[in-house]
Design a protein around this ligand. Structure first.
Ligand code: PLP
Length: 406
């Protein structure tokens, strides 16, 4: 089991006092995670000792920065067990990765007769890019429904699939319901029907051991900031044969082989999809964060977070009139709830006054809210540095807030 007290020492922000000298309890990890000191130091080290543009310099500094940047790509490859570094494209984050795919996959592989399937539990960043692409490329967009437990209706999905279905894009873990979708089985099924599968790993990268070869997904996207690394950088893993067929997303430096005044020839994958100066320090920081997680061990993190979830679920049973949204047996570290008629925002505000940071609202998943005919929920979400004591303090704060608001 992981030593949570030792881990907490690595995260300076967890010692912060908020709202009148109260210790911060940070339960908004599905939105973003805090950063360990090794990641923070790597950012400042980069700007103090290494800052140069990558890939195109003959000078020492540029070559050092390039080596570290490419080493970060290798660290990502290792962390998700991709076959080669060519499979790893650096993007700005999950949203950027999915926008890239919605545009490039649609342009390259889809015609007006084709269909794309997503699910009703997606984050807006796996819905809106498809709406935008749909307007341009005129394919049909279909949604897999989910039941009141928050589990996908896989029978309905199978009924939906036809020879027109070309792409399925779905969340590995729902950021609202916490459901871990059975993506491996879904991918297997899709591949028997020649369907390209995109996995939105924004919520799974920090909470599951990811092996893209074992999943056999065609694409896997994640944001670094959800996995203890800097904001502004993310990853798109893709199978090479698909990426090599894909038309580029953006044009600019780095992504070309040759430019004449008449035409451009494009660089090889992954550089073809990395136009312009990348976020070098952030990529290096991501590599450092993934090394840090490797040292702790994802198995230990999963075990601890499962323990926190069981403990929180048990304690939440003490609350009268609580409704938990997302009751799947296969769930990861977030719990969405409402208490009686108390508005989610009011509850979040009173908790914040007591030093407890939770998320309130629709969590960028309005179709999920529409399913339950609600406007929003309160959501607590855990990371490896959270503790049982924090859950106890949260429970006391919650009981106090409910008393005030009832
Ligand atoms: N997909 C899911 C499931 C998410 O939870 C999030 C963010 O919360 C995103 C996509 C978007 O991530 P980002 O804003 O880092 O691009």
């Amino acid at each position: 089991m992981l030593n949570v007290n030792d881990i907490r020492k690595d995260f300076p922000l967890l010692n912060t006092k908020v709202r009148g000298n109260q210790p911060l309890i940070y339960f908004d990890n599905a939105a973003t995670t805090q950063k360990p000191i090794c990641v923070i130091n790597s950012l400042s080290d980069y700007y103090q000792n290494l800052n140069a543009n990558v890939h195109r310099g003959v000078h020492w500094l540029s070559q050092e920065a390039t080596d570290k940047f490419e080493l970060a790509r290798e660290r990502v490859r290792h962390f998700i067990n991709a076959p080669k570094t060519e499979n790893i494209i650096f993007t700005k984050g999950t949203t950027d990765s999915i926008n890239l795919l919605a545009e490039c996959v649609s342009k390259t592989f889809l015609s007006q007769e084709d269909e794309v399937i997503i699910t009703e539990m997606e984050h807006h960043s796996n819905i809106v890019p498809w709406h935008i692409a749909q307007e341009k490329y005129k394919f049909q967009l279909k949604y897999i429904p989910f039941n009141d437990k928050g589990e996908l209706d896989l029978e309905a999905f199978k009924q939906m699939v036809s020879s027109k279905t070309k792409v399925l894009s779905l969340a590995h873990i729902s950021n609202t319901l916490g459901t871990i979708n059975p993506v491996k089985d879904i991918i297997k099924y899709c591949h028997t029907h020649n369907i390209i599968v995109i996995v939105d790993g924004a919520q799974s990268i920090a909470h599951l051991k990811i092996d893209v070869q074992d999943l056999d997904c065609d694409f896997y996207c994640f944001s670094a900031h959800k996995v203890y690394a800097p904001m502004g950088i993310g990853v798109l893993y893709g199978k090479k044969d698909l990426m090599e067929k894909m038309y580029p997303y953006q044009g600019g430096g780095e992504m070309i082989k040759e430019v004449t005044m008449l035409k451009t020839t494009f660089n090889d994958v992954p550089f073809r999809f990395e136009a312009g100066t990348p976020s070098v320090a952030d990529a290096i920081g991501l590599g450092v964060a993934l090394d840090y997680l490797d040292q702790i061990g994802m198995e230990n993190i999963i075990e601890w977070e499962d323990h926190l979830m069981s403990y929180a679920n048990e304690r939440l049973k003490e609350i009268e009139n609580i409704k938990i949204f997302g009751q799947s047996d296969n769930k990861s570290s977030c719990i969405s709830f409402l208490v009686g008629n108390i508005h989610h925002l009011d509850l979040g505000t009173i908790l914040d006054m007591q030093g407890v940071a939770i998320r309130t609202g629709h969590h960028c998943a309005q179709p999920v809210m529409q399913h339950f005919s609600i406007e929003g929920t309160d959501r607590i979400s855990f990371a490896m540095y959270n503790t049982e004591q924090e859950i106890d303090t949260f429970m006391t704060a919650l009981q106090k807030a409910i008393k005030m608001l009832s």
